[in-house]
Ligand binder design. Structure first.
Ligand SMILES: Cc1cc2nc3c(=O)[nH]c(=O)nc-3n(C[C@H](O)[C@H](O)[C@H](O)COP(=O)(O)OP(=O)(O)OC[C@H]3O[C@@H](n4cnc5c(N)ncnc54)[C@H](O)[C@@H]3O)c2cc1C
Length: 295
């Protein structure tokens, strides 16, 4: 938010410091799930032994994001709410429907190598930048919020909104609500999970493509699967299509390729980012192969 305030993209009248709220706990739930406070730092979550053991995809996603210094400061709530890194959103000399509704989208006709290929509209092709959110989407997390009218639980895939005709409306949180915690349910197979991020340099860089996957393989057959993609969607992109292609199929390269085709079937490339369609497929296939090989 500080970056956006420095650039006059966000100009809040008032900023509220929530750091004194007791939302710093990572609690193992009796059923095997985990409850993560909204103020838990990205570093603390990524190095938590319970997360490393039971949800490695989340730990890996967090460690692939930003830099160690940023991760020491960034919170779960802030990461959920972070805004796009589309360069035209950041440059007030250009049109951006997200920043100034109705002004147009300079990215559609501009340099759009980093932009989205899934979930875009004629008003916006901005990519959702988070890594953590991709893992949480795959894990089927629930976001818990609180406001003057009580508490609400929002399924992860309903929290962020596709741009449609209103790209300035990015999420389901109401102005008077606060995220209190995120819950990740117990799933028997998420210990076999992995996050793969493909980017222009190995650190301190947003994803070109990424994949968060978990597989339950029994006697060579995929009994259950979770798949989400990053760097390609206007929101963290859970792919139910890929999961459907995987579940019940033999755990092999052909199946992974079919899942990747299904995941990207509706992808739409632009002038500079059509290469991401093939890259995203390869990223997903490689992530699935890696999980297959895990002990
Ligand atoms: C240079 C740079 C590189 C980065 N690279 C990556 C990357 O590769 N991958 C990645 O995933 N992330 C990346 N990030 C994002 C980073 O990890 C943080 O998640 C992000 O900057 C948010 O920081 P913060 O937690 O300080 O949130 P803030 O800036 O404090 O808050 C962000 C927004 O969230 C709102 N908010 C915060 N907490 C709550 C809450 N509990 N309830 C409701 N609203 C809330 C704030 O009001 C604000 O609007 C990068 C950031 C930077 C600056």
């Amino acid at each position: 938010m500080l970056d956006l305030m420095k650039l006059n993209i966000e100009t809040p009248n008032q900023v509220v410091d929530i750091n004194k709220l007791s939302l710093y706990k990572i609690e193992e739930l009796p059923n095997g799930g985990v409850r993560i406070g909204a103020l838990v730092k990205n570093s603390d979550l990524s190095y938590h032994p319970y997360i490393i053991k039971n949800f490695p995809v989340l730990s890996e996603a967090l460690l692939s994001g930003a830099s160690p210094q940023l991760r020491n400061m960034a919170s779960v709530g802030g990461n959920l709410m972070q805004r796009t890194r589309c360069p035209y959103f950041y440059n007030t000399d250009f049109a951006c429907n997200k920043r100034l509704p109705g002004s147009g989208c300079a990215a559609i006709s501009g340099y759009n190598r980093m932009n989205a290929i899934l979930g875009s509209s004629d008003k916006c092709i901005a990519t959702h930048p988070s890594d953590m959110c991709v893992a949480m989407a795959a894990l089927g997390a629930t976001i818990h919020v609180q406001g003057p009218n009580g508490t609400r639980a929002i399924p992860f895939t309903d929290f962020h909104l596709p741009p449609g005709q209103t790209p300035q409306i990015e999420h389901n949180l109401k102005p008077d609500e606060l995220i209190t915690h995120v819950e990740i349910p117990a799933l028997s197979f998420t210990a076999r999970s992995h996050y793969l991020k493909v980017r222009d340099r190995a650190s301190y860089e947003f994803a070109l493509t990424s994949a968060a996957v978990a597989l339950d393989i029994q006697n060579g057959t995929i009994k259950n699967a979770r798949v989400a993609l990053g760097g390609v969607g206007t929101k963290p992109w859970r792919s139910l299509e890929a999961e459907k292609a995987l579940i019940g199929a033999p755990a092999n390269n052909d199946t992974y390729k079919k899942a990747a085709e299904a995941a990207l079937a509706t992808a739409k490339g632009n002038k500079d980012n059509a290469f991401k369609i093939e890259l995203a497929k390869r990223t997903l296939v490689r992530a699935l192969k890696t999980v297959e090989g895990l002990p």
